[in-house]
Design a protein around this ligand. Structure first.
Ligand code: 1GP
Length: 226
């Protein structure tokens, strides 16, 4: 299945422990894909370790690249965030430039998926790490989405509410402006109902923390897109 058809993704943090039983449930849950990604303590060792464990299952697996050191072959896709509301160009395009300098000749560009990120929870780790500036109005968020679609022509716009449940009205408004660019929503999804609500407008929902907080509830979120 093309990644553009994915409706549900579990995002696993390579810096967090997950036992074999839990990982099996996640991989066999019916989710469309697993993304490995995190904000801190992401290392080549813990990325490879988790990749190998997930590879025992049929589910597609992608790396969301946050550090150049943790890039390794073997993933189906590499999601490359550009944090558009960061005020630090490192997170918008400098790391991307450095990675392309290093790996440009060996990259399979079909596996590289740029994501236009907008970080909407100012208190999350990613917002602090990337020095992201909170959009002041809904129109500011919409403008980022339109830039991603019509200027940068990225295939994915990612509304990142990591750790907190977002504003469905903004998600709905953003979706109404996107045509070809897919809308990814991630943040604070804990229940099947929340998953269903966000999946009404988002093309793809991403469930992260709840895997570690309450696995059984996390697994139920898959039902929301079936
Ligand atoms: C984090 O968007 C994902 O990058 C998912 O967010 O961890 O809050 O589910 P949560």
């Amino acid at each position: 299945m093309d990644y553009k058809e994915w409706r549900h993704i579990f995002k696993l943090d390579p810096a967090k422990e997950i036992d074999a039983n839990a990982l099996e449930k996640i991989c066999e849950s019916g989710t469309d894909a697993i993304i490995i990604g995190g904000s801190d303590n992401v290392t080549l060792d813990n990325v490879i370790d988790l990749l190998m464990r997930i590879r025992r299952y049929a589910v597609p697996v992608a790396l969301e690249v946050s550090t150049i050191e943790s890039i390794t072959p073997g993933f189906d896709f590499y999601f490359i965030p550009s944090v558009l509301n960061s005020i630090d160009t490192k997170w918008v395009k400098d790391l991307h430039h450095a990675a392309t300098r290093e790996f440009g000749e060996v990259m399979n560009w079909d596996e590289i998926i740029p994501e236009g990120y907008c970080i909407l929870n100012p208190d999350c780790k990613a917002a602090k790490l990337t020095n992201s500036k909170q959009p002041e109005t809904n129109d500011d968020v919409i403008a980022y989405a339109q830039m991603v679609e019509h200027m940068f022509k990225f295939p994915v716009f990612y509304m990142e509410y990591s750790g907190t449940y977002g504003d469905i009205d903004v998600v709905k408004k953003v979706k109404s402006k996107l045509v070809n660019t897919k809308l990814f929503y991630g943040g604070g999804i804990q229940t099947e109902d929340q998953a269903r609500e966000m999946a009404t407008y988002a093309d793809t929902i991403i469930v992260g923390n709840q895997v570690y907080e309450n696995l059984e509830e996390a697994l139920k979120t898959v039902n929301a897109v079936k």
